[in-house]
Design a protein around this ligand. Sequence first.
Ligand code: AMP
Length: 294
Amino acid sequence: MQVATTVEGMRRLRSQAVGRTVGFVPTMGYLHEGHLSLVRRARAENDVVVASIFVNPTQFGPTEDFEKYPRDPQRDLALLQQERTDIVFMPSAVEMYPEGFATHIDVGGVTEVLEGAHRPGHFRGVATVVLNLFNIVQPTRAYFGQKDAQQLVVIRKMVNDLKLNVEVVPCPTVRETGGLAMSSRNVFLSPDERRAALILFRALSLSERLWRTGERDAGKLRDRLQGLVAREPLASVDYISVAHPETLQELESMDGPTLVSLAIRIGETRLIDNLTVGEKRPSPVLAELGVAAR
Ligand code: AMP
């Protein structure tokens, strides 16, 4: 495994892979099984696997947790090596944003709601860094988790609108036993908060159950989810959304696949999770956890 910390170094390593397929997994590090599932998929589908570790300052708001975002690069490198990653790109912030950096990517429409509405500038930072990374790494395929459903929609829109020559591959959310979606931020949760955080998965499971029993009124679903989350004293709601999975517009009635997404604060920690109900094939993850059977 080779590690590049500069743009020039990464470009040099990339130039040695001409003619081979390159699978790319961008991350902010502090890796868990969710990240590693993306790396494994990239390993299975490409000749060369590149992962990046970069805690991107521009996607954090001024009051957000950039400084205290968890970091453990040595452990990350060991995990990536175990997964047979070929190249790790680990640039510094000045390497990515040198003095005078002034170009930003604004994806319209789909960035205005949900995370975009609650975290102004977040997707501008995400799109700008991802396009930069794509230009440096020049991947054949790039792997993103469905855990960040809106991010996937935004990246796909950017790739489509700017005619980028990369295939975006969505990967299912990896969960802990009990259903909590893996996240680098879970490390901030106390044991009580970790228990309380299961409310997100319970809400998604309830959505799945209500859909299966014929509920199609999006307003009623939102109310049921609000009611459920309100019963967890450590949880406070940023948003509960029942929206179209591509436009991300809130729905009145659920006539087809529907994205249920949640942003919930458990104490100081803000967690997001989502599930698409109404897909032809039921979510294997929920099925495995026995949700379908209830
Ligand atoms: P992050 O380091 O949080 O920026 O995440 C890097 C990539 O890993 C993104 O594409 C995330 O959507 C994905 N990811 C994060 N958590 C999970 C998870 N629990 N399951 C699957 N993918 C995930």
